[in-house]
Design a protein around this ligand. Structure first.
Ligand code: PLP
Length: 399
């Protein structure tokens, strides 16, 4: 047997496959509803003005004069402030171990590595469904994955009773991954009351909450409101793990910049955890490009730029909400016999349409509209110029 003869091609990533098929289609009015990155009302990738302003300021910095380690610490502190609030006690008392991570994916992967290292016999409970890569990430870190109930296909909303049951029935001290806002792929978030109940049950069971926050701002348009779940868990005294990504809410998907933070009980713990996380990232990929760290730190710490960012997030979230309303109305005006209420009750970047895999295939073959086989519509790909065409196509395949 020769070297590598035993290596077979890996299964294709569902999202990349959709994108490949879209790119290969020559039809001029094709629509890509697969990718989860924000697009503007012309369907173009969007670079927020706050990013341009921060770039201009950074250009004036003399890199050789910067204390890079201090900037990395400042970055982590700004990220933690964004998650838990400017005046939260964890920030004031420095009770967090935070390091820059290779976007949201890298933050999750680093946490999975950390989990395996210090809790080698643990498992990770993932919501059913979740971002498909969550399964790959924890599997690659050799942490067994279990799922907990989340989505109810009948109501196209949260299966709260089943979720709570799973939380109660999991072994004490289990790790759970939660999406604090704009759940991918369902667009279904628990209400504030439900979060309180979930947090309470986590406390009873002493579970560890790991929040993957890839879309802060996209649920409500308000960064603080979208962090409600984290703040409830904090108030209840949980130690929390948090992955943050700036790929979507700052339009920085190619910069691969994010943060992993873990709350700690003492300053001694902070030093231990931070040094372990640094050692692990150092061994995997050294560190992430410094320019991206500087860019995000500038946006988060310069009051004018930060205020502009907050405004721009509102605009992005509003555009998506408007497209939800328009798509629903278009379908209703076509006298669709289906109930499309969930298009507007779901939030964030995605609409879990309820379209079956064969309907998704039909949309692709007949109408050149591309989405993942689970019927997830990336609302970012819906624009005023394609929403009528999309509604007509959906109506056609659901008739
Ligand atoms: N977590 C969730 C829930 C996501 O949907 C995504 C991206 O699609 C990520 C993490 C990864 O984000 P990033 O592009 O920052 O690696």
């Amino acid at each position: 047997r020769g070297w590598w003869d035993h290596v077979r091609p890996a299964p294709k990533d569902p999202i990349f496959s959709v994108n490949e098929a879209f790119l290969a289609d020559p039809f001029p009015h094709k629509i890509n509803l697969g990718m989860g990155t924000y697009r503007d009302h012309d369907g173009k990738p969007f670079i927020p003005q706050c990013v341009r302003d921060a770039e201009t300021k950074i250009r004036r910095c003399k890199l050789e004069e910067l204390n890079t380690s201090a900037v990395r610490s400042k970055f982590a502190e700004e990220c933690v402030k964004l998650a838990y609030g400017n005046d939260s006690s964890v920030v004031r008392d420095g009770l967090f171990a935070g390091i820059p991570a290779l976007s949201g994916t890298g933050a999750c992967r680093l946490f999975a590595e950390f989990q395996r290292h210090f809790y080698p016999d643990s498992q990770m409970y993932l919501p059913d469904p979740t971002w498909s890569n969550h399964h790959n990430i924890w599997k690659q870190a050799e942490i067994p994955v279990k799922t907990f109930h989340y989505y109810n296909p009948d109501t196209k909303g949260l299966d709260f009773a089943a979720l709570l049951n799973d939380v109660k029935n999991a072994p004490d001290c289990s790790f759970f991954l939660l999406h604090p806002c704009a759940h991918n792929p369902t667009g279904v978030d628990p209400t504030e009351e439900q979060w309180r109940e979930i947090s309470y049950q986590f406390k009873v069971k002493n579970h560890f909450p790991f929040f993957d926050m890839a879309y802060q701002g996209f649920s409500s348009g308000d960064l603080d409101k979208d962090a409600t779940a984290l703040r409830i868990f904090l108030e209840d005294g949980h130690l929390i793990g948090c992955a943050q990504s700036f790929a979507k809410n700052m339009g920085l998907s190619e910069h691969k910049v994010g943060c992993l933070s873990v709350l700690c009980q003492s300053i001694k713990q902070v030093a231990a955890l931070k040094s372990q996380l640094q050692l692990m990232s150092q061994a995997m990929y050294s560190s992430i490009p410094f320019h991206s760290i500087l860019l995000v730190t500038m946006i988060l710490s310069n009051p004018e730029i930060e205020a502009l960012w907050r405004k721009e997030i509102k605009v992005m979230a509003k555009r998506i909400q408007t497209m939800r309303t328009t798509l629903r109305h278009c379908l209703e005006n076509l006298d669709s016999s289906f109930n499309w209420e969930h298009i507007t009750s779901q939030v964030g970047m995605f609409c879990f349409s309820g379209l079956a895999p064969d309907q998704v295939k039909q949309l692709e073959k007949m109408f050149h509209i591309y989405m993942t086989p689970d019927g997830r519509i990336s609302m970012a790909g819906v624009t005023t110029s394609n929403v009528d065409y999309l509604a007509n196509a959906i109506h056609h395949v659901t008739r």
